[in-house]
Design a protein around this ligand. Structure first.
Ligand SMILES: C[S@@+](CC[C@H](N)C(=O)[O-])C[C@H]1O[C@@H](n2cnc3c(N)ncnc32)[C@H](O)[C@@H]1O
Length: 277
């Protein structure tokens, strides 16, 4: 909501964004875990079922763990984001700051999985009634790449076969639609970052969120997109604390470009910094 040129949210707007975030993580539904739903459809004994599923390699046979979900240290079966509460709140908070502080440009996440972070970014624009910024949704939509030998930091990190990380574009689109947030302000950039980001028709960015895990994925995104950052904009890195490969790419890029803006910690893995105005 905007009054007299000074963007702000009323209580309804605050509650809307909070509810969207809690739905995206599924944290308000953890007492209605997926396991119970599956169990009710099974005519036999629960312990027997558990044993049979374990024999099949199924491990998601427990109630949701609130602490793990809050910290984003799990593989949530249905949530639209694996990011936990603190990192999701950080996304909303910095998108809101960009709007309220008048930082020009769009929002982007590179590495979206099921799309939850970008859905929240679009919800922030909706909450403020903003129609002239876009949300860019960049992903291969087929999981992580085979590590490029040009990036030694990624050696041995071949997660390209991990099916759980492969979420196709139709599924991500459907996830936006589930929240009523799929429209012309959302733009998919489909393909490997090395092929899509350089020529993406993005003018300015107010928020750049990196979540591609690898050195190569992080470096490709920084090289293509950091020059488009507006002064006062925000760079968020999901994997800085958790993945040495990602941290090395961020440190190398910052060092090569003389970026000394202080790195702020979000939680055990997420960080951000503000581009000097
Ligand atoms: C950890 S997941 C992202 C999690 C997501 N941000 C969330 O909110 O749950 C990493 C994503 O990055 C994508 N990815 C990683 N490297 C990529 C690259 N070089 N090009 C395109 N997509 C890439 C994968 O397909 C995957 O969807």
């Amino acid at each position: 909501m905007t009054d007299a040129g000074s963007p702000s949210l009323d209580d309804g707007g605050e509650r809307y964004l909070d509810l969207i975030a809690r739905c995206l993580t599924r944290e308000i539904f953890l007492d209605q875990e997926w396991w119970d739903a599956d169990l009710r459809q099974w005519p036999g004994d629960a312990d027997e079922l558990r044993t049979q599923l374990r024999a099949l390699g199924w491990r998601a046979v427990r109630r949701g763990d609130p602490a793990a979900r809050a910290e984003g240290r799990d593989w949530p079966p249905t949530a639209e984001t694996m990011v936990g509460t603190e990192r999701l709140d950080n996304v909303a908070g910095l998108c809101r700051r960009a709007i309220e502080e008048g930082v020009a440009g769009d929002f982007i996440e590179t590495g979206v999985w099921r799309g939850g972070v970008t859905i929240l970014m679009r919800a922030v624009l909706a909450a403020y009634g903003i129609g002239d910024r876009r949300v860019w949704v960049a992903d291969s939509f087929e999981g992580l790449p085979v590590p490029d030998p040009a990036y030694p930091a990624d050696e041995g990190l071949d997660w390209s076969h991990v099916e759980l990380l492969k979420v196709d574009a139709d599924t991500v689109r459907a996830n936006f639609e589930r929240y009523g947030l799929w429209d012309e302000q959302v733009c998919l950039l489909e393909g490997w970052f090395a092929d899509t980001l350089d020529d993406a028709p993005i003018d300015r960015l107010a928020v750049l969120r990196l979540d591609g895990d690898l050195f190569g994925s992080t470096m490709d995104a920084l090289e293509a997109l950091y020059p488009k950052m507006s002064p006062g904009g925000f760079v968020i890195v999901d994997d800085y604390g958790g993945w040495e490969s990602c941290r090395a790419a961020v440190d190398d890029y910052r060092s090569a470009h003389g970026i000394d803006a202080p790195i702020q910690r979000v939680d055990w893995t997420g960080v951000w910094w503000q581009v000097p105005a």
